[in-house]
Ligand binder design. Sequence first.
Ligand code: BGC
Length: 502
Amino acid sequence: MSFDDLHKATARALTSAVDEICEEFKIDGDDLKTLTEYFIESMEQGLKPLEDGESEETSKGLPMIPSFVTGKPNGTEKGTLLAADLGGTNFRVCSVNLKGDHTFSMEQTKSRIPDELLEDDSVTSSELFGYLARRTVLFMKKFHPEFFKEPGAESQKPLKMGFTFSYPIDQKSLASGSLIRWTKGFKIKDTIGKDVVKLYQEELNSHGLGMINVVALTNDTVGTFLSHCYSSGTADSLSSGEISEPVIGCIFGTGTNGCYMEKIENITKLPQEAREGLLNEGKTHMVINTEWGSFDNELKYLPTSKYDVDIDQKLSSNPGFHLFEKRVSGMFLGELLRNMLVDLHERGLMLNQYRTYNQLPHRLRTPFELSSEVLSHIEIDDSTGLRETELSLLQSLRLPTTPTERIEIQKMVRAISRRSAYLAAVPIAAILIKTNALNKRYHGEVEIGCDGSVVEYYPGFRSMVRHALSLSPIGSDGERKVHLRIAKDGSGAGAALCALVA
Ligand code: BGC
């Protein structure tokens, strides 16, 4: 075979291998129906108490964590409160001024969580929470210096703070909850089972910030939902005829998750006394943090390729858990592509200028090095010879590629993002069906408050979610009533709203 023939044969083999991968990543209307039905079943199961012999680890239901938030803000709430927010990538401290007219202003400092806190499993809770306290000191010195200058300032009225902690917790009250397990890369073992409000408060106290009182613990989805409720229903939107109801708060970013309001009588996992107490106080609903990243951990219906298995088992910090998140969220999109590239190289189908795995560029061999941002450039590249893709891969991974390889890489990127967006539609459709939200009000228009880098920046993500919604059991009639609204940085304002009612 001539060199040219050999080249063509390899290109053909690559195309057929990539087509096979893309085929495996397809999700159709039937899959969406099955997944949505199973999602509803898993929500219902998760609202019930654990059965005998069942644990959080083995339960087939979703975690469905009661948030102890029983009302929606209406936009008239007023006050200045502090908020701290530990997310997947950043830690933010803010002072939020709720103006009582659906608007708020915010002063904030944001820092990237240092890699050693994320990567090193010998790190202790006190190192992490000590870091959070030190960042809080810096924020207070910058925006509230009066507390450090005025003698006796420490004895002033305590400052209320809401703490957004976006990991699965076993929430016992509005102001306490213990960590069930880390997600999004954290590995600190000794935090598991501990009350994270206590850990943070203790470090604040020992860093001279005893005047801060952490009065509410919330999740980023709950924060997004509350801040979206607070901001919506403005005079402007009402006069333009908008009468949509905020129904879901969700995050599609480094991780993914969502929350909605459930009837208290359905949350049978709450002790009967607590449920009756709330009902007697006239409360009817409570926000439930579904922790939908954990959907179908037993892999009954989730599509699963060998790349999903490898990422979960060999590369993730929580194997066997959050398997839905590992197919949907930003942290894993680039990792899926990286695994595909390495596999196709090992099969001799691409990047053949490198003879062995060890010769591949170091960055291509490094787990989680390829970010979803790079995929977002490749997704929409229409330049001649996919030149943008070439530059993106050179810049991010130091990886040279041929035009033929780039065509195949773009196909894989689109398959990964499409599967992510189609799966993202499942919990949305399921919650809309379970709560009957599309039939409740005149026209039944609903708003979904969304935050996170993927839903906000990934090109086409929202329209792919919409397309999947129209194929899902809510159909195109349902899809037309859904408004996906970006509720940017909602978790800070949401934490402040929680602290206000605490
Ligand atoms: C966490 C959730 C969080 C979501 C989005 C997931 O990994 O388990 O608690 O809401 O990420 O940040």
